[in-house]
Every structure is written in structure tokens, then in C-alpha cells.
Write a protein that binds this ligand. Structure first.
Ligand code: PMP
Ligand code: GLU
Length: 388
């Protein structure tokens, strides 16, 4: 057996990516798979964004850019932060990466040292604990209560802090639960982090997919002290249906962003120049396409909730954001086994909750047409009917 790097040896592959790939494979084999697994919008990238990319190619914008991203894109990102989040970042404080995943990865690598603890509220997005393991730091999984809407309370957070705590990874709106923290809840979390000298990596990738009337709040906007301790992460994948273009970005204090740029200098260098021009077009245009997409997601969410209610005995927390319904399937036993059986028996692809630190749950993505949602839930209902 080849001797591998001991940190990488502990890393497990992504459940979300594995099942999404399996669903695509079955589809290619001619199976009529309903895809409730994919964690990406099903809409096409809007035309004005594609056109900007074509223009970039034709005008020869096909060379290296600065590692942190082209100046015009970083200026547009600063304008976005100011406009949408009330955050004052300078272009030098922005590092554009190859997707928000890459930006979070780099932030964890730069901040988390061996043996330091990183608090990850569960249910969590699959990649956070693995990133912490790569850094040689310790993921501290903080379970949240279903009764609290899967939100970490101030008491939960305080109880998880030790002298070794370095970072809190925050994700609102959440993948996989769709919960969204209110301003008041974020203020409490911010106060605790400031008082204990904890850094926050705030993953705001689902910012634009919100279904309640509450405005989105970036934790870094809640005062200078928390601003100075936060790395704000966002990107174009979810808001503009640009998952394949691989553009995300991080913003934070210079003494963190400079080493993040240095790390990226020696790994990927700049993200794809053509995608940068596409992202610039996305961030610079009016939000019409986002609004249309959000309205459709909201209609799909409402449809999926009412159909799941019709099955009976499958409960969930109403998602206020993102595009996931996180359902309790615990009465069927192991969620990984249940998801596998539903895929094999009735060809509906789902993501089991164990990868999100929530055994017994299954994530259903409502990023497919209303017709397919009806079809998929009807198949799940009939599958459940066969389980005595
Ligand atoms: N954070 C969360 C919570 C996500 O669900 C995703 C989607 N994969 C990402 C970050 C990364 O998005 P991307 O790398 O496509 O920008
Ligand atoms: N974020 C998506 C998901 O959770 C995409 C897959 C991934 O990168 O994990 O399914």
C-alpha cells in the first residue's frame, strides 16, 4: 500500500458530488431518473453573461490575470458588497477563487493551524469538516436542535468554545436545511465570537435565494469588531446559475487576504480569465434574472412542501432559503441505505443526511421543474407504500 499524506488519508469524498454523478450516469444509461440530488440551479446561465464570455475569448482576454482576479472584477465585487451587504471592502481585500468552495478551502488553510478547533454547526455542508482535516485542524461538530429550526443558539455556541477554538464556519442560508439566521441571532453569534477572539468564515453563497420578507444580513456588517474577524465568502454559482464557470470570492482583513493570495499563487494562480469576465457581467447587470429564478424556486418549494405533506409522516423544517427540503426519513432506518433503495427501486436521486452530519434525514433539492417534482414525490410516495 502506498504511504499517503496522513491528513489527506482521512479525507472522504463528497457524498453530494458522488450521488449527483451517479444520477447523471443512470440518466445516460437511459433511465428516467428524477434528480432531487443536484446542488445546483437547473436554469441555463443568462445570455448576457455567456455573451461577455464569448467577447472575452474573441478579444483575447485569455491570459493569466493577477492571482486575486482582474482589477475590474474585484472593483465590481466591492460594489456588490457595498450595495447588497453594506460592507466596505477595498479591491485589495478581495481574492477571487475557482468557486466559493476554493475560497473557503483557502480561508481554512490560511487560518486554521494544527490542533486548533473549528466549530461547524450540524447539519453542515459536506465539505467543511474535510477542509478542516486537510489543514490538520480539528473539526468540532456542534449539533443543532430540530426544535430550534436547526439553528445554533447562543448557548450552543458558547458551550462548544474551548481555549483552542479558532474559527466558526457559518452558513446562512444553509445547505442542507434552508434555515436563515435573523439579524438578532447573527448579532448574538457575532458578540460571542468577538468576546472569545474567534474568526468567522461566513459562507453566503445562497444569499440571493431567500423566500421570506426578511432581508439578508451579512454577519460582517454588524460592527467593526466582527468585520475585522470575518472572511465573507460568496460567488456566482447559485445566484446566476454559473456552477460550471467556477468563480467564487473571499473578502476580509488584509493580514488574512494577503496569505490567501500567496497560497493561491502556488496552487491555482488566477481563476479562469474568461469566467472572470462572465462574472463581471453577472455582477454588473440588473438582477432581473435572479428575481425570475427566485420566484420559480419559491413556487417549487411550496409545491414540494405540499406534496411531501400529502405523503404523511415525513416532516421537515420549512426552508426560508437555498433550494433544499431536509426531510426526516429516520423511520426507514439508515438514511444512506434508504436513499440508495429509493434510487434503485424508483429512480429518484436523493442525498442522505449522514454526509451532512444528520443521520436519519434526506435532502431533496427542488432545483428541477414542477412537473419533475410532482413525478419524483409521487414515486417516493409509492415507494413508501411498499414499505410495510
Ligand atoms: N457553500 C455551499 C454551502 C454550497 O452548497 C456550495 C455549492 N457547492 C458551495 C459553497 C460552493 O459553491 P461553488 O464552489 O460552486 O461556488
Ligand atoms: N453545493 C452543492 C451540493 O451541496 C454541489 C455539490 C458540492 O459541491 O458539494 O450538492
Amino acid at each position: 500500500m502506498v504511504k499517503l499524506n496522513s491528513r489527506i488519508q482521512q479525507v472522504v469524498g463528497s457524498t453530494t458530488l458522488a450521488i449527483t454523478a451517479r444520477a447523471k450516469e443512470l440518466k445516460e444509461q437511459g433511465k428516467d431518473v428524477v434528480n432531487f440530488a443536484a446542488g445546483e440551479p437547473d436554469f441555463d446561465t443568462p445570455d448576457h453573461i455567456k455573451e461577455a464570455a464569448v467577447k472575452a475569448i474573441n478579444s483575447g482576454f485569455t491570459k493569466y490575470t493577477p492571482t486575486s482576479g482582474a482589477e475590474d472584477l474585484r472593483v465590481a465585487i466591492c460594489a456588490k458588497f457595498k450595495r447588497d451587504n453594506g460592507l466596505d471592502y477595498k479591491p485589495g481585500q478581495i481574492v477571487v477563487g475557482c468557486g466559493a468552495k476554493h475560497s473557503i478551502f483557502n480561508a481554512v488553510m490560511v487560518l486554521a493551524d494544527a490542533g486548533e478547533e473549528v466549530i461547524i454547526p450540524a447539519p453542515y455542508w459536506v465539505s467543511y469538516p474535510e477542509m478542516v482535516k486537510v489543514a490538520g485542524a480539528v473539526p468540532v461538530i456542534l449539533p443543532t436542535k430540530r426544535a430550534n429550526g436547526f439553528k445554533m443558539t447562543a448557548a450552543d455556541l458558547t458551550g462548544a468554545i474551548t481555549p483552542r477554538t479558532k474559527i466558526l464556519i457559518l452558513n446562512s442560508p444553509s445547505n442542507p436545511t434552508g434555515m436563515v439566521y435573523s439579524r438578532k441571532e447573527l448579532q448574538q453569534i457575532a458578540d460571542i465570537c468577538v468576546n472569545h477572539g474567534i474568526y468567522v468564515i461566513s459562507d453566503e453563497i445562497y444569499e440571493k435565494l431567500l423566500y421570506s420578507d426578511e432581508p439578508f444580513v451579512s454577519i460582517a456588517s454588524l460592527g467593526k469588531d466582527i468585520f475585522d474577524r470575518t472572511i465573507t465568502i460568496n460567488g456566482v454559482s447559485k445566484a446566476y446559475s454559473m456552477t460550471g464557470w467556477r468563480i467564487g470570492y473571499a473578502a476580509g482583513p488584509m493580514d488574512i487576504m494577503t496569505p490567501m493570495k500567496n497560497l493561491q499563487d502556488h496552487s491555482t494562480s488566477n481563476p479562469c480569465s474568461i469566467s472572470q469576465k462572465a462574472a463581471l457581467a453577472a455582477l454588473s447587470a440588473p438582477e432581473d434574472t435572479i428575481i425570475a429564478m427566485r420566484n420559480e424556486f419559491k413556487a417549487r418549494r411550496d409545491l414540494m412542501m405540499s406534496l411531501v405533506d400529502g405523503i404523511g409522516n415525513i416532516s421537515y423544517i420549512k426552508p426560508d432559503g437555498a433550494f433544499y427540503l431536509f426531510c426526516d426519513f429516520s423511520r426507514f432506518g439508515s438514511c444512506a441505505e434508504t436513499a440508495k433503495r429509493i434510487l434503485n427501486d424508483v429512480n429518484v436521486a436523493l442525498i442522505p443526511g449522514d454526509g451532512f452530519g444528520a443521520e436519519g434525514y434526506i435532502r431533496l433539492t427542488f432545483s428541477t421543474s414542477q412537473e419533475r417534482i410532482k413525478e419524483g414525490i409521487s414515486r417516493i410516495k409509492s415507494w413508501i407504500g411498499t414499505q410495510a
